[in-house]
Design a protein around this ligand. Structure first.
Ligand SMILES: [Zn+2]
Length: 154
């Protein structure tokens, strides 16, 4: 069985960033399940998984523009330090949640000055080329119910 449109796919993945650092891996948890061809995973990965055989292992390079897109400099902005709870430690790399126009937003602290904090609203993986190691665990045709719902049932 090969990965194709409307297949329910189960896979294990490990993803590395440009410096070879492991960013995320499913190997220590349940494998990822998704419905192929429905935009549930990043476009560059979905395209390159097309036609992969069940049981196969693949190394897939995804350039940033087919992953989480470029980093937008205008999404990095300062806010007054006084807006933060004094109990919260403001370290670069710390993620903070805020209420955005369209729901909750995750922001990353990228700089701390005396009276302001520099926040980055880009996706943490924006601007990064990603390297995936994939093991295709199972592939089957999705059920009509799964297709109607747009997701795989466990
Ligand atoms: Zn459902």
């Amino acid at each position: 069985m090969k990965i194709a449109q409307d297949m329910a796919v189960t896979l294990h993945y490990t993803v590395k960033g440009p410096d070879g650092q492991v960013l995320d891996s499913s190997l220590d948890r349940e494998p990822l399940q998704y419905l192929h061809g429905h935009g549930q995973i990043i476009p560059g990965l979905e395209q390159q998984l097309e036609g992969a055989e069940v049981g196969s292992s693949l190394e897939i390079h995804v350039p940033a523009d087919q992953a989480y897109g470029p980093k937008h400099p205008e999404l990095v902005f300062p806010v007054p330090r006084a807006q933060f709870d004094p109990e919260v430690s403001l370290e670069p790399g710390t993620q903070v949640m805020t209420q955005g126009e369209h729901g909750p937003l995750v922001l990353t602290i990228v700089g701390v000055q005396d009276d302001s904090v520099l926040l980055d609203a880009n996706h943490p993986l924006a601007g990064m080329d990603l390297d995936f190691s994939i093991q295709v665990v199972s592939v089957r045709a999705a059920t009509p119910e799964e297709l109607a719902h747009g997701h795989v049932h466990g």
